[in-house]
Design a binder for this molecule. Structure first.
Ligand code: SAM
Ligand code: SF4
Ligand code: SF4
Length: 339
């Protein structure tokens, strides 16, 4: 609800404030070569730590709420110490494969993050290897345990979470992924893969998944699921909210400094050349962040996406709940009651 309130504030004052939440992709490099992700083919560049700090300082100054670092793998970024010293009051999240190199200041990351999300797309070595392309599940499990142990001392409130993309490779292991989350002490979230058409869930697969979801819901480990698995199927099929407010309360800063309205527009995981340049509100290498965020140009771009007319918006279900809540509130609608 905070996100909605911020939008109303913005509207009332006729002045955009800082986004509630942003994502910054620090670099394109990572430690894996996942079968459903194109990142390893993106240019091998990284975002200047000075630009990251400029954004973090501005978010702190303008009462932004949270930042998520991703990539590539943010744990491969060489300047984590520098940027974490500017986290201030922001909640920081990390999206990672769960692997890191010997130079990574992992204790700093543990101490100053609010949550760390591990991408674990399989519970067995075989399926994980198929879905991710590398045989590193055992190392990832060990690393989760290392982080959990350090967090007890450095940051007992650190939230640890498993994000699992669901594709044709791994849907039959949903229950086992939940059990693994139980073993490792992770909250569990499932997302359908959205870029690679040949891995996507068609209607026949969805029917099979319905049975898998039922099995998962009966598991004692189901308590770890946070994004309501019973909705998983209907979310793929039902109509979306008719509006999207995300560009008004969020941006996605890509490695080359371009500020996209969201990760979908930046085609994160997809092909580099398919990023939607009409969804860019500016570039932090060319303009001050405050000028970009408050520009008329940015407002025009946001307005263009408000009615979810872009092709990829039609298939985006990432923020359905936020958008539906906002739509219902803004249009004074209550949910219809069918008698
Ligand atoms: C691009 S990765 C970046 C962070 C890190 N490298 C990792 O693997 O977690 C961010 C998230 O996108 C997910 N992902 C990868 N390919 C995807 C796809 N085709 N559709 C949806 N999510 C995908 C990953 O599993 C991960 O949770
Ligand atoms: S999902 Fe993450 S680890 Fe896998 S290829 Fe993409 S960026 Fe790399
Ligand atoms: S609906 Fe469109 S603008 Fe909104 S988050 Fe999804 S892809 Fe981005």
């Amino acid at each position: 609800m905070k996100i909605i309130k911020q939008y109303f504030d913005l509207f009332d004052k006729k002045l955009p404030i800082a986004p509630a939440s942003i994502q910054i992709n620090l670099l394109n490099a990572c430690f894996q070569k996942c079968i459903g992700c194109n990142k390893p083919n993106w240019p091998n560049i990284e975002l200047s730590p000075f630009k990251v700090i400029e954004i973090l300082d501005w978010m702190n100054l303008k009462f932004g709420e949270s930042v998520v670092f991703s990539g590539g793998d943010p744990l491969a970024y060489q300047h984590l110490d520098k940027i974490f010293s500017h986290i201030g009051g922001l909640k920081a999240g990390i999206l990672t494969s769960g692997l890191w190199g010997k130079d990574c200041p992992i204790d700093t990351v543990i101490e100053y993050s609010s949550h760390i999300k591990f991408s674990i797309d399989g519970a067995s070595r075989e399926v994980y290897k198929q879905a991710r392309g590398v045989d590193t599940l055992d190392r990832v499990k060990e690393n989760v345990k290392i982080i959990k142990k350090s967090a007890q001392k450095l940051n007992p409130n650190l939230q640890l979470r498993c994000d699992s993309t669901i594709s044709k490779f791994n849907y039959h292991e949903m229950t086992e992924i939940l059990e693994l989350c139980d073993e490792l002490g992770l909250e569990a979230y499932f997302f359908p893969i959205h870029t690679w058409k040949d891995l996507q869930l068609d209607l026949v697969t969805l029917a099979q998944i319905a049975a898998e979801v039922e099995r998962a819901m009966k598991s004692p480990s189901y308590k770890n699921v946070k994004n309501n698995l019973s909705n998983f199927i209907s979310m793929q099929l039902r109509s979306k909210p008719p509006i999207c407010i995300i560009p008004y309360v969020h941006f996605f800063c890509d490695v080359d400094g371009k500020l996209f309205i969201c990760c979908r527009a930046a085609n994160d995981n997809g092909k580099y050349e398919d990023r939607d340049m009409t969804a860019v509100i500016g570039n932090i290498y060319e303009q001050k962040i405050d000028d970009i965020w408050n520009s008329c140009y940015a407002q025009i771009v946001r307005n263009n996406f408000y009615e979810v007319t872009a092709e990829y918006c039609k298939f985006c279900d990432r923020y359905n709940k936020v958008n539906q809540d906002f739509y219902d509130t803004a249009h004074c609608q209550t949910h219809q009651i069918f008698l």
